[in-house]
Design a protein around this ligand. Structure first.
Ligand SMILES: Cc1ncc(COP(=O)(O)O)c(C=O)c1O
Length: 397
């Protein structure tokens, strides 16, 4: 109590934000199905667990300030699949998960008062670090295409740029919308970034989860982008490693130097996990494929069921493993919808309003439970929607 007088002013803001958070810490409740957080329900395969232990047994338990060179080499080899050659020594930084990658990227470029543009809707994990660095988040609204996918609106993006703008952040495949950026969209973004001399932060952590015939493209090798792009990556989703904290940054050599200068000290990915991550990058792809097959089945299932409920429309995600249905015609704010659904039916989902103004009218389901649970969620949702009190018709202005 009273600590505010000692705390950094951005920390005071963050403490207030945490205090007003609607997130419940109620833990597990009997009968609850949690589709709120994107924590995959797959366990890491035994050969990866073993690799962690073997590295420890081999004495790989010492300081590693800048990351293990063989892990960085394995990352460079992996990223080549996107047609990009990177030098592991000067262009890869190891982080403790995607969240630390976000923090380090922001720490390298954001001065107090700087503006960072994110698209709307956007993942919520960017919000607190931006506040922490005293910068301001500016949102560029996206539009919905005919298939119901959110897409970048470049006129809105340019309108959001001011003389304080330092960077633009985007995510492909995107959480929560499931949108995968096309090459043409990446080129447009690159052109704007070069024209206004801005940094681009490219969150690519869902790269391995693309459905249909699109493929992951990166912005980093487009003309003028090497020196201004910071790619954020994580093992959390790729190898279902959320608890093992593994991530990395790819950038041009000069930008890498800047990010490396962020004083995060030894808050790093433990060396035995770095060694096991090499094994994952070598031999973990069958496991990734198993997850992909299962996620695809879940998406097919839930999109079909959601669209069969009157008042709900759900676009088929192009990537990632979230369903982001449009509930706007039910006439209930997404926060109230999510809270009432939880109270009445014990299902956790995320209200779309948390992702920005454009996310209002949506809820997000993380598809991190087996189909049987998703079937139960859909049964409960059908019942919940059927029992909603009639809404007042929209007023005509
Ligand atoms: C778009 C996006 N970026 C970054 C992160 C953070 O990754 P990590 O869990 O590895 O910290 C997440 C996690 O859900 C995410 O969805």
């Amino acid at each position: 109590m009273g600590v505010e007088k000692y705390a950094k002013k951005e920390i005071v803001t963050l403490m207030k934000m945490a205090g007003s958070s609607t997130r419940s810490s109620a833990g597990h409740i009997e009968g609850m199905i949690n589709l709120g957080a994107g924590d995959p329900d797959f366990d890491q395969p035994e050969f990866i667990n073993k690799a962690v232990y073997e590295a420890m047994e081999a004495g790989q338990t010492h300081y590693s300030f800048t990351g293990e060179p063989d892990f960085k080499a394995a990352i460079a080899k992996y990223y080549k699949k996107y047609g990009v050659d990177i030098d592991p020594k000067t262009q890869v930084l190891i982080t403790s998960g995607g969240s630390q990658a976000i923090f380090e990227a922001f720490g390298a470029i954001l001065d107090p008062g700087d503006e960072l543009i994110v698209f709307d809707p956007a993942y919520t994990g960017y919000n607190s670090p931006i506040t922490y660095f005293g910068a301001k988040m500016v949102r560029a609204k996206q539009y919905k295409d005919r298939d119901g996918h959110f897409r970048p609106d470049f006129a809105n993006l340019e309108a959001a740029i001011t003389d304080k703008t330092k960077a633009i952040l985007f995510c492909t495949p995107d959480n929560p919308t499931g949108t995968v950026w096309t090459k043409d969209e990446l080129k447009k973004l690159a052109k704007i970034a070069v024209k206004h001399d801005l940094v681009v932060i490219s969150d690519e952590i869902y790269t391995e989860f693309i459905w249909g015939d699109m493929k992951h493209e990166t912005i980093i090798d487009l003309p003028g982008m090497w020196e201004r792009t910071i790619v954020l990556m994580s093992f959390s989703k790729t190898f279902a490693w959320t608890g093992c904290r593994a991530g990395y940054i790819i950038a041009g050599p000069e930008m890498t130097k800047a990010v490396r200068a962020v004083p995060v000290g030894i808050c790093s990915m433990p060396v035995p996990f770095q060694k096991a991550a090499i094994v994952a990058l070598e031999k973990g792809w069958d496991f990734v494929e198993e997850m992909r097959v299962e996620y695809k089945k879940r998406i097919d299932y839930i999109v079909g069921r959601l669209n069969a409920i009157e008042g709900i429309k759900c676009a088929y995600p192009q990537g990632a493993f979230y369903a982001f249905p449009d509930i706007s015609s039910l006439g209930i704010p997404s926060m109230k919808f999510a809270m009432d659904f939880f109270r009445q039916e014990k299902v956790r989902c995320a209200p779309g309003s948390g992702y920005g103004e454009m996310g209002e009218g949506h809820i997000r389901f993380a598809l991190v439970r087996p189909i049987e649970d998703l079937a139960e969620v859909c049964d409960r949702l059908e019942r919940f929607v059927k029992n909603l009190p009639p809404q007042a018709p929209p007023t005509v202005p």
